[in-house]
Design a binder for this molecule. Sequence first.
Ligand SMILES: Nc1ncnc2c1ncn2[C@@H]1O[C@H](COP(=O)(O)OP(=O)(O)OP(=O)(O)O)[C@@H](O)[C@H]1O
Ligand SMILES: [Mg+2]
Length: 205
Amino acid sequence: MKRGLFLVIEGPDASGQSTQTELLAKWFERRGLKVFVTKEPTNSLIGGVIRAVLKKEWKIDMRTLQLLFTADRAHHLRMEINPMLERGINVVCDRYILSTLAFGSTEEDLEWLKQINSKFPEPDLTFILNVPGKICAERIAKSRFGFEFFETAEKLEIIRKNYLDLKDFYKNTHVIKGYNRSPVKVHKDIVEIIEKFCLEKGIKI
Ligand SMILES: Nc1ncnc2c1ncn2[C@@H]1O[C@H](COP(=O)(O)OP(=O)(O)OP(=O)(O)O)[C@@H](O)[C@H]1O
Ligand SMILES: [Mg+2]
């Protein structure tokens, strides 16, 4: 059986990953194609521990956190992503290895982060949503009360730069402009790249 496509959407917080994941899932469904939509951190117990840390309910160091993200990913691949791909189902994943590298490398050694993720498969296509930190912070400010705008904008800009530095980590990675235009326009760019990729590889879609 033909394997499904493994597609990943990446980017700084509020860059529109969930929005694009959703639009892409609907695109597959409209075409009558099977799609499994998923995200990291996952809804497993490991993902729950990670979310507790992100919500500051439990304090741990960055190294331990990155190991948890990586363990969550190993479980996610083994239990969900790989079985779906093997059954010919396309997988759209909201965040994957580049998230660990872009966020984790603010405090931990990038080479070590690459090493602990080195056994995981490369997606067929990765999309990095390129949105300036300031615009991401503006989007977050709309939904979150009393947060530190400048500090957040600055941190998100560092993450964005880290992502751009990682654009050659996986061969089929595309940087997509994710601001000053509608989510539908962004989605159209993504779809165009998927269609071109499938045409080149002789994949019927
Ligand atoms: N192209 C766009 N232009 C303007 N606003 C957008 C665009 N895409 C998404 N948004 C808005 O930005 C906000 C964040 O979007 P979304 O939740 O998809 O981001 P995310 O990357 O998944 O964030 P997080 O990392 O927090 O999960 C939402 O309010 C969404 O409607
Ligand atoms: Mg999201």
